[in-house]
Design a protein around this ligand. Structure first.
Ligand code: NIG
Ligand code: FE
Length: 417
């Protein structure tokens, strides 16, 4: 017997339906909104969306019915950049920054990523799983149903693998959809401080092949900065990753403009992430190579900085922008896509619709998942969220609230306020 589900009384059913390509330019504003909409799903996948008048003529009369009570319904958010698995916290560093230290000076004095590496290595797999589950629930409460999750706080095969197994288990237990990314090139671990070249060799010859063998990650990532993995080293590591079949996502031009965007373009990476310092030639290189920019305004905000990536210019240039939380214990301790929408509009001058396209359909494209998630269209998973608001723009307008009232993954209710 098929399982049928109908959602009725959606004041705005924000479908994001459209041609099967990443959205650019004016199309970022086309949300495919159906007023007084309804959605019919069968066995976890969407059969039809339309007005209630249309759906009631085709959907089975004995379907389970959910009344959205005149609220707003959107696809689940796709958070295409998180570091959700980590041990401990860095609340102390957060306060030190307020009192005058910088992210870079704290890292140089032994804090920063290396501090989280020590805390993550010290944690048991069970402790890490419990804290990761807590954060995964924070994502659900904020309307996110798919998360890309990076390793990068183990920096040794055993601990990187541990992080990726935890990420994978969140997906397997149905908590939310997960895409794993190996970020062994996030920093140089303490024990390789004076032997950096050896760590690069270890990454290329042992860690990447082992992660590929175990199929623990689909993507490989790197923190490309002149003082860490500079563009030359990053090129070698990313080529090795690509040869092993990994898709590439790269942290570039966050702290310095050092040609990171051009490198991502040359490597035909799936995404170039951060881009706070990227100049015009860098943006054009990304566009010409078909690399999607992933913009992380919450990391600028939480570091107390002012320079946001040039999102408006990227839209003008025709780039298929993505927005994500960057959830991590250092630069961006937030699970909230609604907060990211707020920052995108207030600080980066995007329209609410552009920002919503960037956290749904475009984010799904960046993870090669657009055939199954990111919009509410027949054949895709019934991953959707009933938001407690009267107009989709309120998702970015009110901030500091959790608008999601009920969250569904493949037609199953996974969170209800
Ligand atoms: O995306 N920039 C590199 N990685 C993270 C920060 C990691 C950390 O500080 O723990 C980021 O901002
Ligand atoms: Fe990051």
């Amino acid at each position: 017997m098929p399982r049928d589900l109908i959602i009725v009384n959606c004041k705005q059913l924000v479908t994001l339906a459209g041609p099967s390509v990443p959205r650019v330019g004016h199309d970022l504003n086309n949300l495919g909104i159906i007023q007084d909409g309804a959605l019919w799903a069968r066995d976890g996948k969407i059969e039809r969306v339309g007005t209630w008048d249309e759906i009631k003529t085709v959907a089975p009369t004995d379907a389970d019915t959910i009344d959205a009570e005149d609220r707003i319904v959107l696809p689940g958010f796709v958070d295409a950049h998180t570091h959700l698995v980590f041990g401990g916290s860095r609340a102390g560093e957060f306060e030190r920054r307020a009192l005058g230290e910088s992210y870079q000076s704290i890292a140089a004095s032994g804090g920063g990523i290396r501090s989280t590496v020590r805390q993550t290595r010290a944690a048991t797999e069970l402790e890490l799983l419990i804290s990761a589950k807590r954060r995964a629930h924070w994502l659900l409460r904020n309307g996110t149903t798919t998360a890309e999750i990076k390793s990068g706080y183990g920096l040794a095969l055993e601990h990187e693998a541990k992080m990726l197994r935890i990420a994978r288990s969140l997906g397997e237990t149905g908590t939310l959809r997960v895409v794993g990314t190996f970020l062994g090139a996030h920093e140089f671990p303490d024990e390789f401080r004076d032997r950096r070249e050896e760590y690069v060799e270890l990454l290329i010859n042992e860690m990447l092949p082992a992660i590929a063998n175990e199929r623990l990650a689909e993507y490989a990532d790197i923190f490309c900065e002149p003082h860490l993995f500079n563009t030359e080293i990053a090129y070698r590591i990313m080529i090795a990753a690509s040869n092993l079949g990994f898709g590439l996502r790269m942290h570039v031009d966050q702290l310095n403009s050092s040609g990171g965007a051009q490198l991502a373009a040359r490597l035909k990476a799936a995404t170039a992430d951060h881009l706070e310092q990227t100049d015009e030639p860098g943006m054009m290189a990304l566009r010409d190579a078909g690399v999607q920019p992933v913009l992380l305004p919450a990391s600028v905000y939480a570091l107390g900085l002012q320079r946001y990536p040039a999102a408006r210019r990227m839209v003008e240039l025709g780039l298929p922008i993505v927005l994500a939380t960057d959830l991590n214990p250092g630069s961006s301790p937030t699970p909230s896509i609604p907060m990211v929408l707020s920052l995108a509009v207030t600080q980066m001058k995007l329209s609410v619709a552009e920002a919503i396209s960037a956290v749904t359909v475009n984010a799904a494209y960046s993870l090669k998942r657009a055939h199954e998630i990111g919009s509410l269209e027949p054949g895709k998973y019934a991953d959707f969220v009933i938001h407690d608001c009267d107009d989709y723009r309120e998702l970015a307008y009110y901030f500091g609230v959790e608008p999601a009232r009920q969250v569904f993954i493949a037609g199953e209710s996974v969170y209800e306020r």
